[in-house]
Write a protein that binds this ligand. Structure first.
Ligand SMILES: Cc1ncc(COP(=O)(O)O)c(C=O)c1O
Length: 471
């Protein structure tokens, strides 16, 4: 027992190895470079095609949309790319982020598994999204860009870019998927509080938006539509570039600070994962945690490591989509990439994990899935929210509905361990908090959340409209 009359004894760090809950890194341990998985792929990614000519794109084709340094990073084969000092300085506002051991969840599940989670919800906007918003804003400002246009689904990405553009003196225009604009009024307020302009998409401000509204004035919108609007905005203005919050190679690379930190923190815990899990919308938080571990798998350090991507059953891009060339947006203005897709015309049901409602998934993730380096699983909303509540009530953090998909998969792994008696080590990414998602929690608690069937006919119709690519 500690002597309560001796204050020094109260301050002496106790030895709690088995009980340690947070693994914290000093700021000096923050990664100085992003990890670029393109350097380690056994086969290179298929070429990106121009939406007009269907020929491979070059830097000049992308220059109206992106700053040059971003284009360079998109195609770079260098294993590591240095993080500029200005970007590191902003990262230090919340990075390194904590890694937690989920003692209470383990106990609640009565599992022999050890569960760890990396928590990205400590960023100023509550998710992993600023990890790429900050460098994108930095490179844009450095190249003289005045304004960035973007889309946002759940509102997480819009708030991240709104914050980052403020830090580097840029204007920001956000096209927010209409259903989220309505469901999440406070995310919209947050974007505006950071100084950005936000409109519900489809909007009357672009050709792409007006075309959709003419067909369906009540369209709930989708990420594909909002991307079309933001791309059109950037392509038609000299002072504006486009910024994407997921899917592209450079975005996934910027997120690898997550996995690089987690590797150091797992070492502190004297542990290495048997399974790494992340939710997948466009794929950036999953890649951020997983890619440094995928490198271990590809280089033979941990050949048996399992890496699991988790998606919503209402938008099952990896598990039910096809691997094909498709447009990144609904209006066919964005480059054509080879990816798992449900068809660029597919508009997913209005589930509450708005950030997972994208018809495609990152080419890098699709490529690794085709090579069977990673696995995928899909869940309907209700079991996901059930897992979210179990997590909230044991760990004390309210997860974003997107992140709760990863929690569901981690819990199911841990429950399988309970059956088999295996003491596996599970690591998942808690990509954000759910403080702006309480309306969704309300609906779940009221028993009003619907589990949508896989929309076979809508997907078949959308897949019939894939671009025809020679060869
Ligand atoms: C908290 C959170 N997690 C995950 C996602 C999905 O995006 P990605 O797959 O790019 O990580 C989003 C998207 O908005 C999000 O807000």
């Amino acid at each position: 027992m500690v002597n309560a009359t001796n204050p020094d004894a109260l301050r002496t760090p106790g030895a709690l190895p088995g009980e340690r809950t947070k693994y914290l890194l000093d700021e000096t341990a923050m990664p100085r470079a992003w990890y670029n998985i393109q350097a380690d792929l056994p086969t290179p990614l298929p070429a990106v095609l121009h939406p007009g000519t269907m020929q491979p794109v070059g830097p000049a084709d992308l220059a109206p949309l992106f700053p040059m340094e971003i284009i360079r990073q998109e195609v770079s084969q260098e294993r590591y790319i240095e993080i500029p000092a200005e970007v590191q300085a902003v990262y230090r506002l919340w990075r390194p982020t904590p890694l937690y051991r989920a003692h209470r969840l383990e106990k609640a599940l009565d599992t022999p598994a050890r569960i760890f989670y990396k928590y990205e919800g400590v960023s100023p906007v509550g998710s992993h999204k600023p990890n790429t918003a900050v460098p994108q804003a930095f490179y844009s400002a450095a190249e003289g860009v005045k304004r960035l246009a973007t889309e946002t689904g759940a509102g997480q990405w819009g708030s991240a870019l709104a914050m980052a553009t403020q830090m580097f003196g840029l204007e920001c225009q956000v096209y927010m998927v209409k259903v989220s604009y309505v469901q999440k009024p406070y995310r919209r307020s947050l974007i505006q509080t950071f100084g950005a302009r936000v409109v519900a998409s489809p909007s009357p401000e672009t050709h792409a938006g007006r075309a959709i509204l003419e067909q369906d004035a009540e369209s709930p919108g989708s990420l594909g539509i909002a991307i079309s609007e933001a791309v059109e905005d950037a392509a038609t203005r000299d002072d504006t570039k486009y910024s994407l919050g997921s899917v592209l190679n450079h975005v996934l690379m910027h997120q690898t600070v997550i996995g690089q930190e987690a590797q150091q923190q797992m070492e502190m815990a004297d542990a290495y994962p048997d399974v790494v899990i992340g939710c997948v919308g466009g794929g950036s938080n999953f890649a951020g945690l997983a890619f440094p571990f995928v490198a271990d798998k590809l280089t033979g350090k941990s050949p048996n490591l399992r890496i699991v991507a988790v998606e919503p059953a209402a938008c099952p891009t990896l598990t039910r989509g096809v691997y094909a060339y498709d447009f990144g947006d609904t209006a066919r203005m964005a480059p054509i990439v080879k990816m798992h897709t449900l068809g660029h015309g597919f508009i997913p049901q209005t589930i509450h994990a708005g950030g997972l409602r994208y018809h495609g998934v990152a080419p890098l993730i699709s490529h690794l899935y085709q090579a069977q380096t990673i696995e995928a699983v899909a869940y309907p909303q209700n079991p996901v929210f059930e897992a979210a509540l179990r997590f909230t009530r044991s760990e004390g953090i309210v997860p974003a509905p997107e992140s709760a998909h990863a929690i569901r998969a981690a819990i199911d792994e841990a429950l399988r361990c309970k059956e088999t008696g295996e003491a596996k080590t599970i690591l998942f990414n808690l990509s954000g908090h759910g403080f702006f998602d309480l309306a969704a929690y309300d609906r779940y608690l009221a028993g009003e959340l619907e589990d949508y069937e896989y929309p076979v006919e809508a997907v078949q119709a959308a897949l019939a409209d894939l671009p025809v690519v020679a060869g």
